[in-house]
Design a protein around this ligand. Structure first.
Ligand code: SF4
Length: 339
């Protein structure tokens, strides 16, 4: 069965942008592929972060993923820092990673502008991402457009390592992208991609009242100054959100009522809010149950990490051997477990 690796930062609660853009897809993929789903807390420290909330944000992300339908019976859900082999493989892959390629990464160029003194972790972020994927010798990686360049670098690192140490074979498969059908969810500001750091999100676990309070002031077609002004739904984010949360007949009604100035934007948003609340209700209910049983969540993550470490140890044992290191005394699996 082909293997998939997916990573998500521990940003706390999921928002509907993460859910529609990535997590829904993972829930579907876990049924047909061997899926590893990793909360990438080591990536989270490459930019400024709040150490006091990191642990809870990591657990909250796990709760969100489980509530959204990630099934620990089908997928391996774990936290990156619980599997130290990620960091070790990153170090080993540094030996074949060209510095120039890292400096050329668009995300590095963008993010490094925000620092007076750029942390080395920001530069090496894509090597850790390569290690995440190659550690499990994953065949496929669901990525958004903004990660395609990083995945291409992973493929290049795999090629270089195979050429140098592969003993004539492709030990690391070159992972292929699964591009989720173009779901770039725009935030409530109607401009940028939905992102927690921009404060333009609706949380997957928001209460019905919170959803309505966030939708009410959301940007719409500026041509609709009064109820009597016709609008263009195609340029309105509320219309596009209807497509994800409302039945097709409602979506058609929205377009018609907008173009014909048959209702106001608040009416339109109220219908969206009701459909969104109904869609998200079961997820919210599951999340509330998991929040009451955080030990169970930690147990699921511990089981996931154990399974991930087992696979990671196998890969690293081979990698160390092929790179010429003196084997540690004792069985490699024991060596990996005690660290
Ligand atoms: S009526 Fe609906 S689709 Fe049209 S501009 Fe207002 S919120 Fe957007």
């Amino acid at each position: 069965m082909p293997r998939i690796f997916s990573g998500i930062q521990p940003s706390g609660e999921l928002h509907i942008g993460n859910w529609l853009g990535a997590v829904q897809n993972w829930v579907n993929l876990q049924r047909s592929y061997e899926s590893l789903i990793c909360i990438v807390d080591l990536h989270a420290i490459t930019s400024k972060y709040d150490k006091d909330t990191l642990a809870q944000r990591t657990r909250d992300m796990a709760i969100g993923l489980l509530a959204a339908g990630i099934d620990p019976e089908q997928a391996t859900l774990f936290v990156q820092s619980h599997v130290p082999q990620h960091s070790e493989l990153q170090w080993l892959l540094n030996s074949v990673t060209p510095l120039g390629e890292l400096e050329r990464m668009t995300q590095f160029k963008d993010k490094s502008q925000k620092f007076e003194s750029v942390p080395a972790g920001l530069l090496n972020y894509p090597v850790l991402m390569a290690a995440d994927i190659l550690l499990y010798r994953a065949d496929l990686v669901p990525v958004g457009e903004d990660q395609v360049q990083h995945l291409e670098l992973t493929r290049e690192i795999a090629r270089k390592w195979n050429a140098e140490f592969g003993r004539g074979e492709d030990f690391f498969p070159e992972p292929q992208p699964i591009l989720a059908e173009a779901k770039r969810i725009t935030g409530l500001d109607g401009q940028a991609k939905m992102s927690k750091s921009l404060g333009n999100t609706i949380g997957l676990l928001d209460t019905p009242e919170e959803i309505w309070q966030k939708l009410r002031p959301a940007k719409t077609d500026p041509a609709r100054v009064t109820r009597k002004d016709p609008g263009n739904p195609e340029i309105c984010n509320i219309y596009h959100l209807h497509k994800y949360f409302s039945p097709p007949e409602t979506v058609a009604l929205v377009a018609e009522s907008c173009r014909g100035a048959k209702w106001g934007c608040l009416d339109c948003k109220r219908v969206l809010a009701d459909n969104m609340i109904a869609t998200l209700a079961p997820i919210r209910e599951r999340a509330l149950q998991l929040q009451e049983d955080q030990d169970r969540v930690d147990e699921i993550l511990a089981d996931g990490a154990t399974a991930a470490r087992r696979r990671a140890s196998e890969t690293l044992g081979e990698v160390r051997d092929r790179m010429g290191f003196l084997p540690a005394r004792g069985k490699p699996a024991v060596f990996d477990e005690v660290r």
